[in-house]
Design a protein around this ligand. Structure first.
Ligand code: ADP
Ligand code: MG
Length: 339
């Protein structure tokens, strides 16, 4: 697997009683932008620190850019790994100018040519003499990025890069940062707890739960084919219906679906994403709209069917009034089954 940029195999890391990373395995291809997505405290930052070499694993092996970096008999120090890291709080040196921050890891002789080039790359030409506190948050982030890129790393690690930024600026900064990184061809591993961020920025997403990578795939794969009920609920809202398996089919209140491997007379759960539930006003319909929230391009409905409340998200061009009786139709789509 020498073609991968990052290879984690059964990596664990314990802090006292806390197992921060628990047998995590992951393969990141060169040149990809991959998001590590998971809730707060699930071990994302620890995973980045292990890859960068700031922590040593208790078990497992880590390969970086095709070379063994950490394992039972080896631990390459951070400065000898071709990895640049942008910390969650940027960690700029407050008493150094922008230019000195960016040039910090470079040999003195390289600085006069390389620092202006890096400042130009991140769009900070002419700001080299400023101090970090004289910059906006977005500009500080670009300084941190330029500093991480200074030694021309193969891999850039970004820890929650947009979590301290106002929501309305996030989208702009996301495309700004990925616009800088993608043309360079570097491999990017970015940590986030925000599903939309992971989905919109990354080529692939690795889902982290309790210190382990529970699923890796494209955003579509995770959303439509989650590996577990936990994964399903973390990457989006959904209706989880009880079902009964018979003859290769799952029977639920909303219809019958392929059982996808479930057999016997198993009780299972099926996941139906809210956008798959189509509503049409119908006085004879067996559903009733009991809640309606206008969200702009979508409307979120809660529909009561046989004593169960279901979520339906419809485009706001389709109007169904509160209290209406509706017929519920299931749009064609994959319906995952959980045992
Ligand atoms: P995340 O970045 O996903 O929020 P972290 O990797 O920071 O998660 O932390 C994972 C777990 O390890 C948490 O329970 C956290 O409290 C614990 N932890 C992280 N770093 C340390 C440390 N240096 N000492 C003790 N516990 C730590
Ligand atoms: Mg963290």
């Amino acid at each position: 697997m020498a073609c991968s940029a990052i290879l984690l195999d059964g990596v664990s890391k314990r802090y006292g009683d806390v197992l921060a990373v628990d047998r995590a395995s992951l393969c990141v291809d060169r040149g990809h932008v991959v998001a590590l997505l998971g809730p707060s405290g699930c071990g994302k930052t620890t995973l980045l620190r292990l890859i960068a070499g700031f922590e040593r694993p208790d078990a497992g092996t880590i390969e970086v850019a095709g070379a063994a970096a950490a394992g039972p008999a080896i631990c390459t120090p951070p400065e000898r790994r071709p990895v640049g890291m942008v910390f969650q709080d940027y960690a700029l040196f407050p008493h150094l100018t922008v230019a000195d921050n960016v040039g910090f890891g470079l040999r003195r002789a390289e600085r006069p040519t390389r620092v202006p080039m890096l400042l130009a790359l991140v769009g900070l030409c002419g700001l080299g003499d400023r101090y970090p506190h004289e910059l906006s948050g977005g500009q500080q982030q670009r300084v941190a990025l330029a500093r991480a890129l200074a030694p021309a790393p193969d891999i850039v690690l970004l820890d929650e890069p947009w979590s301290n930024v106002d929501p309305h600026l996030r989208e702009e900064l996301r495309s700004e940062v990925t616009g800088i990184l993608r043309p360079l061809g570097v491999t990017v591993l970015l940590v986030t707890h925000d599903r939309e961020e992971a989905f919109s920025v990354a080529d692939r997403v690795a889902l982290v739960h309790e210190g382990t990578i529970v699923q890796e795939g494209t955003a579509e794969e995770l959303y439509f084919n989650p590996a577990s009920r936990w994964a399903a609920e973390f990457v989006g809202t959904g209706n989880v219906l009880r079902g009964h398996v018979q003859d290769g089919l799952v029977r639920t209140t909303l219809g019958t679906f392929p059982a996808n491997g479930a057999s016997g007379a198993d009780e299972v759960e099926v996941l139906i994403r809210p956008e798959l539930l189509e509503l049409s006003p119908d006085p004879e319909g067996n559903g009733e709209v009991v809640r309606r929230e206008f969200r702009g391009h979508d409307v979120f409905y809660r529909v009561l069917l046989d004593g169960v409340e279901l979520l339906s998200h419809r485009p706001s061009t389709e109007v169904v009034p509160l209290g209406a009786r509706v017929a519920i139709r299931l749009h064609e789509g994959h319906v995952p089954v959980f045992h």
